[in-house]
Design a protein around this ligand. Structure first.
Ligand SMILES: CCCCC/C=C\CCCC/C=C/C(=O)SCCNC(=O)CCNC(=O)[C@H](O)C(C)(C)COP(=O)(O)OP(=O)(O)OC[C@H]1O[C@@H](n2cnc3c(N)ncnc32)[C@H](O)[C@@H]1OP(=O)(O)O
Length: 365
């Protein structure tokens, strides 16, 4: 654990703050007034909202990065900053990780809002000037000209963008597709950092899984001490990397083995299985199923049981269980980054990723 904390110190606040996103994948701007507003609301960053209840010592970290809480470099950086802050806050003993179902984003100055199926104008706060316009836009193929209705809002307006029913869609595939080796290396280092901080956390951690949680989303869940999942037939969870033509790294595999045992992990990884909530419960991938509207309250009740155990005893025991797995990555970090970069930049892997992305989009169409 100490190793983990020492290591994370390298990723100090000033360094990570300077990496904070200015643009999300969806081209939305996060300007500094938005950040300060979030701070007043006890949130520490735009893609993640954290509420620490000082009376219980329990923090709830809500992922709010539409459309699917994918783990981009920006997202991972913010996640690590938040974890680091909570870890250093002696009043925080427990952490619940979940996804919000609605994301509120603040825009300032002149802003263009495109009304798509995932975006709607939620509130417009006066003083505001709304001008209806027609926007001509060249599609990504460069062939079609499409016309979209837009509203141009001057001054301040609040926009609400709905998240899919996901906990997290895992690593942001766009971070692995068509990127330079340097950028891939930077991204992979952030993925490692997220796992090291979470798996090695001194806090008691509970994943309140209120949506689908494939691949990296599953890694985040099994990085916690306990998992409560919504009993919803639409949701699934698992390390499905092989289905994308990619391979789960050894520390993903080790975390899964530590959670469900060797045989279930072997089947699960080789076949790239995504489990329904009841099947995930059966193999021990999650610990408890509850109706969707009770996921967070159950996590809070469960957390009080975890916090009834004296911290030092729980932490030393956790370290004893996880240290070997953590140390294995710590002593192979650079080699793991090199492996990832050379694997992911291969033409054949890039082709697999492209086909997978196309499949995701065509499925929607
Ligand atoms: C031998 C040595 C090995 C060394 C190491 C090497 C290898 C690397 C290992 C890498 C490990 C990788 C881990 C990962 O996490 S990979 C990501 C895996 N994730 C998935 O497979 C999930 C894909 N997504 C879905 O299944 C669904 O989107 C959903 C999460 C179930 C939600 O479904 P739904 O509500 O219907 O939403 P849509 O499918 O319509 O998606 C909305 C938009 O979001 C885009 N999307 C979805 N997932 C991702 C993602 N992971 N990254 C980026 N973008 C994503 C989707 O395309 C839609 O975009 P659009 O609106 O622009 O069309």
């Amino acid at each position: 654990m100490a190793n983990v904390l020492r290591n994370s110190a390298k990723f100090g606040f000033s360094g990570v703050l300077s990496q904070l996103s200015i643009h999300s994948r969806h081209g939305r701007e996060c300007v500094s007034p938005c950040f300060s507003l979030q701070q007043r609301n006890n949130s520490t960053s735009p893609k993640i909202k954290v509420d620490l209840d000082n009376s219980t010592g329990v923090a709830v970290l809500r992922m709010q990065s539409p459309p699917v809480n994918s783990l981009s470099l920006d997202f991972l950086t913010e996640f690590c900053i938040n974890l680091e802050k909570l870890e250093m806050d002696k009043s925080c003993r427990g952490l619940i990780i979940t996804s919000v179902s609605t994301h509120t984003h603040t825009h300032t100055d002149t802003d263009t809002v495109t009304q798509s199926h995932k975006t709607m104008i939620h509130t417009i706060t006066p003083p505001v000037c709304v001008v209806s316009q027609t926007l001509s836009k060249v599609s990504s193929t460069g062939l079609d000209i499409i016309t979209l209705p837009v509203c141009v809002c001057v001054c301040v307006c609040l926009v609400s963008q709905t998240l899919s029913k996901v906990f997290s869609a895992g690593l942001d595939i766009m971070e692995m597709y068509g990127k330079s080796p340097e950028r891939c290396g930077e991204f992979w280092k952030a993925v490692q950092e997220m796992w090291l901080k979470l798996y090695g956390s001194n806090m008691a951690t509970i994943a309140a899984i209120n949506g689908s949680s494939p691949a990296g989303g599953c890694l985040m869940s099994i990085g916690c001490d306990y998992r409560i999942m919504a009993d919803n037939p639409r949701y699934s969870i698992g390390l499905n990397e092989t289905q994308l033509g990619i391979v789960a790294p050894f520390w993903f595999k080790d975390t899964l083995v530590n959670t469900v045992g060797n045989r279930a992990a072997e089947l699960s990884l080789e076949l790239g299985l995504l489990y329904s909530a009841p099947d995930a419960l059966k193999i021990g991938l999650v610990d408890q199923l509850v109706p969707e509207d009770q996921v967070l309250s159950t996590a809070q009740d469960t957390m009080s049981k975890w916090l009834a155990v004296p911290d030092h005893a729980r932490q030393i025991t956790k370290s004893m269980m996880r240290k070997q797995t953590i140390d294995k990555l710590l002593s192979n970090r650079e080699a793991d980054i090199t492996n990832f970069v050379s694997f992911i930049t291969k033409d054949s892997i890039q082709r697999s990723l492209r086909m997978y992305l196309e499949m995701l989009k065509s499925r929607k169409a």
